[in-house]
Design a protein around this ligand. Sequence first.
Ligand code: NI
Length: 255
Amino acid sequence: MLVDSHAHLMFPQFRKDLDDLLARARAAGVGRIVNVGTNLDTSRAAIALAEAEADVFASAGFHPSDSAKADESALKKLPALLKHHRVVAVGETGLDFYRKYAPREVQERAFRAHIRLAREMALPLIMHSRGAETRVLDVLAEEGGSEVGGVMHCFGGNVEGAKRAVDLNFYLGFGGIVTFKNSGALEVALDVPAERLLLETDCPFLAPVPKRGKRNEPAYVRYVAECFADAGWGDTEDVCRQTTQNAQTLFGLTS
Ligand code: NI
């Protein structure tokens, strides 16, 4: 079995063929999907899908790109969503200094609020970080994020950053980028301790080779597993078994 630890199935790219997509994922051996919320609407939609599909789980939170929406009254609505029995994590949250969706202070205020909520609810965190790996880890350390742990999803930092994340009790998620030649991500990923590695798609974005440039979907997480196997990590079944166990440990994905 495989787990797609980071998907966005409520995005409009999937509106027309979600049932077929889930069938393809199951046929590819993807037995669990963490469907990640990015604001109140997508978090609610993720929960609704998780209620309907036993192998799909939800998270709730505000992506850094939506952090301007995460004002006090919006944040007050999150705990009710996070209490839902199909919600397995807080996020995605974090910082994005690359796209500059919102001023740094606004992003950071929302991020800190998410970490506090995760601690209150005893839920792991799902972090987005782009051009901000050091700052994300600094804020996690300051706010006690290690207490609940979580995942640095689509990790784009270097080997040192990955080591620090592991030391702070976090997992590292890797997707299609490890299959892109010269991205450098595979070298970082191969250095991560086996028990801290998660696989993901981040679909509809970042489809792995040989689907690069197409719409991504959970079934393609198998190409990521095969990439690790080809790079000498172990055979594909070892990669699947270990990363599935890791996702179960972190998120507790029991239907
Ligand atoms: Ni995402």
